[in-house]
Ligand binder design. Structure first.
Ligand SMILES: [Zn+2]
Length: 346
C-alpha cells in the first residue's frame, strides 16, 4: 500500500502516508524503515517551502534499487530484450534475430537470451517478464501461439527454474496495455490498446485491472470478421480485421496501389470493429501501438469512424491516440507486470 502510494505520487512524508493509508504513524514509520533497509525507499530531505515548525522529511522510491529484465516476442522475427529500472527506463537493450526459429529452437533462444540479460543487470533483480503473442493462462503457460508454434508451453515455470528468479509470462497486448496504464499517462476511464505487429491484438484495462476474459483471450479483436469476401486470415477464416491492419498485410496493400487509400480503408475498418466495443464499455481511450508511420493516420481515421457510429454521450471526451511509449511500450509494460506481481504496485 505504501509502495503503491509512493509509486503513484513520487514522494510523501510519513504523516502523508499515514493519512492516505489509514495506518498509524508508528506502523508507517516501521514499514518505511524496513523498506529503506531493503533499499527500495530513500529519504529525500524536506520540501523547500514549509510552514512554521519542524518540516517533514519526504521519502521516495529508489527507481534503480532493483532491475527488471523484460523480453518482447511480439516483434516480427526478432526477440527484443532489456534491463529496466523500476519505472520502466531502459538501462540496456538488446535484439536477437529469430531467423525463423520456432518451437523448441525458439524456446532455447529465449532461455539463452534471458540468461544473458540477467547477467547484464547491475542491481539485484526483482524479476523477469516475457511478453508473447498468443493466449497465455494466469500461471504463465502459453496455451497457443501459432506464429511461434508453441502450445501448452509452461514458460514461466521452466524459465523460472532455469534462471532462479521470478518469471512472469503474459500476452503481448495485455503487457502493452499495462505499460500504457502504468507509464503512458492513461487515465482511469477505461483503456483499450490495439497493438499492430505481425498480428493484431488488443488489451483492455477497466477499473485499473487488465481484463483477462473467461478463457484468457480477451482482446482478440484481430480475428473479428470485417469482410466475408476478404483475404484468408492465419486463423483460417476470410476477412478478419487482422487481414487489413496487421503490419505486413497493410504494408503490402499500400505497396500494391494507392497507399493513402489503403491506410484510410484500414482505419475505417478498424473503427467499424471498435465502435461497438467503445460504446458497450464507454471507453475513454483507444491507444494504438505499432510503427509510427502507420498508427498516426490510422488513429485519425478510426476516431472519425467511431464518432460517426456512436451516440454523442459515448464520443464526448473519447479519443483514439498513439502510444507515447513508442517501440518500447511492451518492455515498459513488462516492468509493470513484474512490479504488480512482486511489489503489488501498478
Ligand atoms: Zn483471423
Amino acid at each position: 500500500m505504501l509502495l503503491q502510494e509512493l509509486f503513484a505520487k513520487g514522494s510523501a512524508s510519513r504523516a502523508d502516508l499515514a493519512r492516505s493509508s489509514g495506518l498509524t504513524r508508528v506502523t508507517v514509520s516501521d514499514l518505511v524503515a524496513e523498506l529503506i533497509g531493503e533499499g527500495l525507499l530513500e529519504e529525500l530531505g524536506s520540501p523547500s517551502q514549509t510552514k512554521v515548525g519542524k518540516p517533514p522529511t519526504l521519502v521516495g522510491l529508489v527507481v534503480d534499487a532493483k532491475h527488471v529484465v523484460a523480453i518482447d516476442l511480439s516483434v516480427d522475427d526478432q526477440v527484443v530484450g532489456a534491463v529496466l529500472t523500476l519505472v520502466g527506463e531502459v538501462v540496456t537493450r538488446e535484439v536477437r534475430p529469430l531467423e525463423g526459429r520456432r518451437g523448441q529452437e525458439a524456446l532455447a533462444l529465449v532461455e539463452e537470451f534471458a540468461h544473458s540479460l540477467v547477467g547484464a543487470s547491475t542491481r539485484p533483480l526483482l524479476g523477469v517478464a516475457v511478453a508473447t503473442p498468443g493466449v497465455v493462462d494466469p500461471d504463465g503457460v502459453i496455451l497457443d501461439a501459432p506464429n511461434l508454434e508453441w502450445s501448452d508451453v509452461p514458460l514461466a515455470d521452466s524459465l523460472g527454474a532455469a534462471l532462479g528468479h521470478p518469471v512472469y509470462v503474459a500476452n503481448d497486448a495485455n503487457v502493452a496495455v499495462m505499460g500504457e496504464y502504468t507509464f503512458g499517462g492513461a487515465g482511469d476511464g477505461g483503456l483499450l490498446l490495439l497493438r499492430l505487429s505481425t498480428g493484431v491484438g488488443a488489451g483492455l484495462v477497466l477499473n485499473g485491472s487488465v481484463l483477462p476474459g473467461h478463457a484468457g483471450a480477451a482482446g482478440e479483436i484481430g480475428h473479428v470478421q470485417v469482410d466475408p469476401d476478404g483475404e484468408k486470415c492465419g486463423c483460417g477464416r476470410p476477412g478478419c480485421l487482422e487481414t487489413f491492419v496487421s503490419v505486413p498485410r497493410l504494408r503490402r496493400r499500400m505497396a500494391q496501389g494507392d497507399a493513402d487509400a489503403a491506410l484510410a480503408d484500414a482505419g475505417q475498418r478498424m473503427g467499424q470493429a471498435l465502435a461497438p466495443v467503445v460504446a458497450t464499455l464507454n471507453l475513454a481511450e483507444v491507444v494504438l501501438s505499432g510503427p509510427a508511420d502507420l498508427v498516426e493516420p490510422l488513429a485519425r481515421e478510426a476516431e472519425t469512424t467511431i464518432r460517426d457510429r456512436v451516440m454523442a454521450v459515448t464520443s464526448a471526451g473519447f479519443t483514439v491516440r498513439v502510444s507515447g511509449l513508442g517501440d518500447d511500450g511492451v518492455l515498459a509494460g513488462a516492468t509493470g507486470v513484474v512490479l504488480a506481481g512482486e511489489l503489488g504496485v501498478s
